[in-house]
Design a protein around this ligand. Structure first.
Ligand SMILES: [Zn+2]
Length: 485
């Protein structure tokens, strides 16, 4: 295995490989693929081809305004799909500008040196990050400054599209509850949080790579996995206690709320170590609704219910949703999710490691070895900035991440079915209430009804509404219960 990796790595050092073409081809190919997937979904959203509710759903959607809701959901889905296409084009344009020299005249006018052969804007950012106070001292420090710089720039560039998403798209379909002041505050808070998390994370990973030696693929992968595992465990603690409260207000669920005794009884029945039940003010940003639980392994846990869910659903429905959530807890689904994400990191990192010492790749984008280094070590292939090699490798392997998306969605869907099945086992009333709750949430969120199977496999980490309702019915049938009330 290791032998194979090293042979492959050496083959990739071949100076004849046209890296620029390969990388551009790879990014464009995955963009074309995403466009194709999106185009598969388009006919399902047409009011001509699909003028009414899908037949499979008709028995479940009995409200008098069901058709009206369907029409609205189609319009919402069309708007989101179109917006997605625009986002892909913007994304592609930004990548093209970053990885080429088209911006050279502008950058040169700003007083920066763009004379390197094969200069790219990426090289420009790397040089600029050396100017951050204290950053020029070492490669790791400069890399941390580089990540910070890139985060700031990409956050600023995403403002117009994020503004459009909230104040035009979501607004038009009746979901936006965010004020412009919250939007601005959120921008700075998220920027602060991502700097605080990303910059040290990158610093840590680079430290491991440098310590292990860029050549030691297996050592790099195993130690980085261990490091990321520790970070993930820490995040289970940090996220709910320190990050989520930055964005939302948590208030204890009132004891006299009709939902309270139901939650308490359900937790007791399942031996769920319940600490508190919180209501989160999701409604200050959006009227989409949800519920979840959090807490450290082996310790007591907290249940969080969105105020939007409480407002829109009956107490029985909220209880059924929580039964589903507790199914995730009972089945230790978090362990599976953590495990898969680590596997994903291991897989990506092993492929990226093949390119860490690839001089021709770095040179194609303006990162040439300094002359002094060449004179000192004429035979050894001196290496360039590791962070840049990682960045280029991840761009090169974008099609791979599309493939991984299919796999992870398959797993998360499996877990959703399991959590639903858990609710069915609690009793037929839970299954019936869960069905009602899913329909209500689906309607209130204007979620899409008709989906292309491939589009759905790629984009949705939950099974579709029809699939879930049918699975719940099958569960009810098995327990000998009639499915119609
Ligand atoms: Zn779930």
């Amino acid at each position: 295995m290791a032998e194979l990796l090293y042979t492959l790595r050496d083959r990739l050092q071949d100076p004849a490989i046209p890296w620029k073409t390969v990388l551009v081809g790879s990014v464009v190919a995955s963009e074309v693929f995403e466009t194709y997937i999106g185009s598969r979904q388009r006919p399902y959203l047409s009011s001509v081809l699909y003028p009414t509710l899908p037949a499979a759903l008709k028995p479940y959607l009995t409200a008098s305004d069901a058709h009206d809701t369907y029409r609205k959901s189609q319009a919402y889905a069309r708007h989101k799909l179109n917006f997605g296409s625009v986002l892909s084009i913007i994304d592609l344009a930004q990548t093209a500008i970053l990885l080429s020299g088209v911006s050279a005249p502008v950058v040169s006018a700003l007083g920066f040196d763009v004379r390197t052969r094969d200069w790219t804007l990426l090289k420009g950012f790397w040089d600029a990050s050396a100017l951050v106070p204290g950053a020029g001292a070492s490669e790791i420090k400069q890399s941390m400054a580089f990540v910070a710089l890139m985060t700031v720039v990409s956050s600023i560039l995403s403002v117009p599209t994020s503004y459009y998403r909230n104040f035009v798209l979501e607004e038009k379909h009746g979901f936006n509850k965010m004020t412009r002041a919250t939007f601005v505050k959120d921008f700075f808070k998220s920027l602060f949080v991502s700097m605080l998390l990303e910059v040290p994370l990158v610093g840590g990973i680079l430290k491991i790579i440098h310590w292990a030696g860029q050549d030691a693929i297996l050592r790099i992968v195993s130690w980085t996995i261990a490091f990321i595992f520790v970070v993930q465990l820490a995040m289970i603690f940090v996220y709910p206690y320190f990050i989520a409260p930055l964005f939302n207000k948590f208030t204890p669920l009132a004891k006299d709320s009709p939902v309270y005794p139901r939650v308490e009884a359900l937790a007791k029945r399942l031996n769920f170590p319940l600490a508190s039940v919180w209501v989160i003010d999701g409604s200050t940003r959006s009227s989409h609704s949800n519920a979840y639980f959090y807490g450290l392994p082996f310790l007591s846990k907290n249940i969080v219910i969105f105020d939007t869910l409480l407002e829109k659903s009956t107490p029985e429905a909220v209880e059924a949703i929580l039964a589903h959530e507790l199914g995730h807890w009972k089945g230790s689904h978090i362990v599976y999710l953590l495990g898969t994400s680590l596997l994903q990191v291991a897989f990506s990192l092993s492929t990226f490691s093949l390119l860490l010492t690839n001089r021709p790749l770095l040179s194609s984008f303006g990162f040439h070895a300094p002359l002094s280094e060449k004179l000192l070590h004429p035979l050894s292939h001196s290496t360039g900035p590791t962070i840049i090699a990682l960045f280029l490798a991840s761009a090169l392997f974008t099609p791979l991440s599309a493939f991984l998306k299919f796999l992870t969605n398959t797993l998360t869907r499996r877990l959703e079915y399991d959590a639903d099945a858990f609710a069915v086992k609690l009793g037929p009333s839970y299954a019936r209430n869960l069905k009602k709750a899913l329909v209500t949430i689906h309607e209130k969120n204007l979620a899409v009804y008709a989906v292309d199977p491939v589009y759905s496999a790629y984009n949705h980490n939950h099974p579709t509404l029809v699939e879930r309702l049918e699975a719940l019915d099958a569960g009810l049938d098995k327990s000998g219960e009639k499915k119609v009330e």
